[in-house]
Design a binder for this molecule. Structure first.
Ligand SMILES: Cc1cc2nc3c(=O)[nH]c(=O)nc-3n(C[C@H](O)[C@H](O)[C@H](O)COP(=O)(O)OP(=O)(O)OC[C@H]3O[C@@H](n4cnc5c(N)ncnc54)[C@H](O)[C@@H]3O)c2cc1C
Length: 459
């Protein structure tokens, strides 16, 4: 098996193939293995978030007030120090995993010569040729960089560049209220940077339950994050001091010290010479696959991870890599679970699994909701939490859990209790009958369960 790309899907496919005794080569053009996930995406953004929350004293502000800070004058160097240590550790663990499992790696850029042959060009120009029975395309994506955006690496960045910030901005404009834009906008606002979030559509994160989004928007507004929704950006220029100026279609202008352009990513497929293998891509450079097996139109060539599009998460990419490897070598992969969670590492964080209230209504399922506020839990009092909520949705007919939606501290961890109950087809009785550790935020499950149960038994 040749795996092109060492991100989450490539890594998991390589290790899975090696575990069943197959010979695997991972080709990676980057300086170090790990992919977008380790070097510019998931891990850097989450490390940055953790550093910001720690140094700013964010989690303690409920008790000590908004001006509380663990470190005064936080600078870019403070953020970078922890980032580099974390990334080094991630790469070391990955390299060790490859070595332990006898996964071979080659550094260079891969391109197809034919459906079984890959040419690898190293940084110095040396060229090598390799062949394999199976190929996995796990090349991921890169930021979409339209011509009208004056990227300069100084004051205008894409989402890969922002992790190497030379200095902290006084004010930041973020274009694109997708997951990445929302995460960075809220992280910088937690550092007391004045943030403007710009989105041409009038809604955002539409796959998340509306009630959660309302709660989230309320928190952003409370910290003076300016939301400019419903108007496209018509131009971006630089002023005399190289600061970005964004003109919007509704006549408004946004001035900022820095700009993050986070409006989409495209598949990193343009240099793969896919035609030589008999493959084509869509307008965003993505490759189509058979969803159960992850085979492309050429059956021995698989594709996994962000290059195949939705849901474009490190978590789901890993599973896709494993499924592709299992299928290639004749192993039956377990059926994919019905529901997987989404984690949005904004400040506050959000996580969701299963159906939103809007989806339940669309399907005309008779339902009831239960709500718990974190400030109702003893753990919430101890932690000084003023915000955070959990919403659970149950079927009135079957009593089954249909969806869990959480905004607030620990949401991305807490969600897994709901995920387990959901995928095991559990009912409201699980939450009513079971004892939860006390004091914990997980107690919110009990509170929300009882809230729904009270309404359902009244019906
Ligand atoms: C800012 C940001 C935050 C994110 N946060 C989260 C999160 O919190 N949780 C989550 O689950 N997901 C998150 N994601 C998404 C996650 O990073 C991706 O889903 C995941 O990295 C996709 O993995 P992949 O296997 O497609 O490979 P990628 O991680 O995209 O890596 C692809 C690799 O292929 C290499 N490559 C490309 N072309 C070639 C070639 N021709 N030859 C050799 N090598 C090549 C690249 O150098 C790269 O190393 C985030 C993404 C971004 C950008």
């Amino acid at each position: 098996m040749i795996v092109i790309g060492s991100g989450p899907s490539g890594r998991r496919a390589a290790v899975q193939s090696a575990k069943i005794g197959k010979s695997v080569l991972v080709v990676e053009k980057g300086r170090r293995v790990g992919g977008v996930s380790v070097h510019t995406g998931t891990i850097p953004s989450k490390t940055l978030r953790e550093t910001v929350l720690n140094l700013s004293g964010w989690r303690e502000r409920g008790f000590y007030g908004r001006s509380y800070r663990v470190k005064q004058d936080i600078g870019a160097a403070d953020l970078m120090a922890r980032l580099h240590k974390t990334l080094d550790h991630e790469v070391e663990v990955l390299e060790h995993q490859f070595a332990r499992n006898a996964v071979k790696t080659a550094r260079g850029e891969a391109r197809f010569l034919d459906a079984h042959t890959i040419e690898i060009t190293a940084e110095g120009g040396e060229v090598d040729k390799v062949t394999a029975a199976h190929v996995l395309i796990a090349v991921g994506t890169r930021p979409f960089r339209p011509d009208y955006v004056p990227f300069n690496g100084m004051s205008v960045f894409d989402s890969d560049e922002i992790v190497d910030l030379p200095r902290l901005p006084r004010s930041l404009a973020v274009i694109g209220a997708g997951v990445i834009g929302v995460e960075y906008a809220s992280i910088f606002s937690a550092l007391d940077v004045s943030v403007t979030l710009i989105e041409p559509r009038s809604t955002f994160l539409d796959f998340i339950d509306k009630e959660l989004i309302e709660e989230f928007v309320h928190e952003l507004r409370d910290r003076n994050v300016a939301l400019r929704f419903g108007a496209a950006v018509t131009s971006i220029t630089l002023d005399a001091r190289e600061r970005p100026v964004c003109k919007l279609a509704d006549g408004r202008t946004v001035h900022a010290d820095m700009l993050l352009f986070a409006a989409g990513r495209v598949g990193a497929t343009d240099r793969l010479n896919l035609e030589a293998a008999g493959l084509a891509v869509d307008h965003r450079g993505r490759i189509g696959v058979e969803p159960k097996t992850l085979q492309t139109a050429v059956p021995h060539i698989y594709a996994a991870g962000d290059v195949i599009g939705f849901p474009s998460l490190a978590s789901t990419s890993m599973e896709q890599g494993r499924v592709a490897a299992c299928h290639a070598f004749g192993l039956e992969p377990p059926p994919p679970p019905e529901f997987f969670p989404y984690g949005i590492y904004s400040v506050p964080e959000m996580s969701t699994v299963g159906m939103s209230e809007e989806e339940v209504r669309k399907r005309e399922i008779p339902y009831e909701c239960g709500i718990a506020r974190f400030r109702e839990t003893s753990r919430g009092h101890i932690m000084g939490l003023n915000s955070g909520m959990m919403k659970m949705i149950f079927s009135v007919k079957t009593r089954r859990l249909l969806g869990v939606h959480i905004v607030g501290e620990g949401a991305t961890e807490l969600i897994h209790i709901g995920q387990a109950v959901l995928n095991l087809k559990g009912t409201i009785d699980y939450f009513i009958e079971n004892t939860f550790n006390y004091p914990t935020l997980a107690e919110a499950y009990k509170i929300a369960g009882l809230d729904a149960w009270n309404r359902m038994t009244r019906v």
